[in-house]
Design a protein around this ligand. Structure first.
Ligand SMILES: C[C@H](N)C(=O)N[C@@H](CCC(=O)O)C(=O)O
Ligand SMILES: [Mg+2]
Length: 370
């Protein structure tokens, strides 16, 4: 099965409620979809979210880097040589992790189609049912409590609470949500780099004294502040997780060698796709550290790839934050992974299993070779 061309499209889905973090606020999931055509007429699907405040990637930038540098090296390659394909994708340019993720997803989808097997089985096999948490956007306390209530009614029993835009208000938000929902749910916090190290220790010690039990706190400080993460981890009981500080296998080794964090959040948009995500999961096992599989605000094509990986690497990946599709008003993708509230159900269709996509807007000059 030989690669013939790479095409691009856009896919936009409105959110149930605006997605607000310490870094940004958006009302739509907007994915760049990458379609890889083969000479035998198969199509591989991949997609990527543009999250410039975290990855630096934009849709225009992803299209340019793929068209000018990576697609010319992929066209003509055989899908059966999956390691050679991921090597080309990873090594042709530096950075550009979201563009690499979209391409890797599409070639892994085709690899599954070549061998007529679902991706999670080709990656080692696992369960077809997974469960995700859901994210509660940062807002005034009443709105956050209403969002938590709706999530519980939908069946979610793990809530990921976004905070980080005002230290004292954040402490009050967490206390209020803990009082209302700790009996029914497990609570994770995501500060999205909003605090500094001393503020984090202060906040977590206050919360610990008040009897607030948290499963983990994600990325409290700036992505570059590795010493800050270590300072916090040494002073609080609550487990600390790296997100924006952990893109590459090398960064993960540095974090774990230093004892800077307890847990790593793996996201395909940071690792550049599945191949490096697998490497990171294996590294965390070497350090007996836990890891989570997460997502950006992205739709069900890319999240399906992450779900296949989570199933196949369940021995390493113990926590799941794959709620992108649950945050959208509908899922435009038919076939493959089904997202229903907290439940994620993998199908045994080949690759990612995608049959069709509603509302896909093909980019007219977005094809290589032209
Ligand atoms: C959507 C997911 N649960 C999440 O919170 N992801 C990111 C933020 C992504 C974004 O801004 O698109 C995270 O920080 O974990
Ligand atoms: Mg995060």
């Amino acid at each position: 099965m030989k690669i013939k061309a790479v095409r691009f499209a856009k896919l936009k889905v409105p959110l149930v409620t605006p997605f607000k973090t310490a870094l940004r606020e958006v009302s739509f999931i907007e994915d760049l979809v990458v379609l890889i055509d083969t000479e035998c007429g198969q199509i591989g699907y991949g997609s990527a979210a543009s999250t410039p405040v975290i990855t630096g990637d934009t849709h225009q930038g992803m299209i340019a880097i793929i068209q000018q540098f990576i697609a010319p090296k992929l066209v003509g390659q055989e899908i059966e040589n999956i390691n050679q394909l991921t090597h080309i994708i990873q090594s042709t340019v530096v950075g550009n992790s979201s563009a690499k993720a979209a391409l890797e997803l599409a070639v892994y989808d085709l690899w599954g189609k070549l061998y007529q097997a679902p991706l999670y089985k080709l990656l080692g096999g696992g369960k077809s049912e997974l469960k995700t948490d859901i994210t509660i956007s940062v807002d005034n306390i009443d709105k956050m409590l209403r969002d938590c209530q709706r999530a519980v009614e939908q069946g979610f029993d793990v809530l990921k609470i976004k905070i980080g835009n005002n230290l004292n208000q954040d402490i009050e938000r967490v206390k209020a949500i803990h009082a209302g929902f700790a009996a029914k749910t497990q609570l994770r916090l995501d500060v999205n780099q909003g605090w500094n190290a001393k503020q984090t220790v202060f906040a977590l010690q206050q919360l610990e004294k008040a009897g607030v039990v948290l499963e983990l706190v994600e990325q409290p400080v700036k992505s570059s502040d590795i010493q800050g993460l270590k300072y916090i981890t040494e002073r609080v009981n609550t487990p600390i997780m790296a997100d924006e500080s952990a893109f590459s296998p090398k960064q993960v080794i540095q974090l774990l060698e230093l004892g800077a964090v307890d847990i790593i959040n793996i996201k395909l948009m940071k690792t550049g796709g599945l191949s490096r995500a697998i490497e990171i999961a294996n590294i965390t096992a070497q350090y007996q550290a836990e890891c989570m599989i997460g997502c950006m605000l992205e739709g069900s094509i890319a999240v399906a790839g992450a779900a296949h990986l989570a199933s196949a690497k369940a021995q390493q990946i113990s926590k799941i934050d794959l709620d992108g599709p649950a945050l959208g008003q509908y899922d435009p993708v038919q076939g493959g992974v089904e997202f229903s509230g907290p439940q994620i159900c993998l199908s045994d269709a080949p690759g990612l299993g995608i049959e069709s996509i509603t509302g896909l807007e093909l980019i007219t000059n977005g094809v290589w070779p032209a």
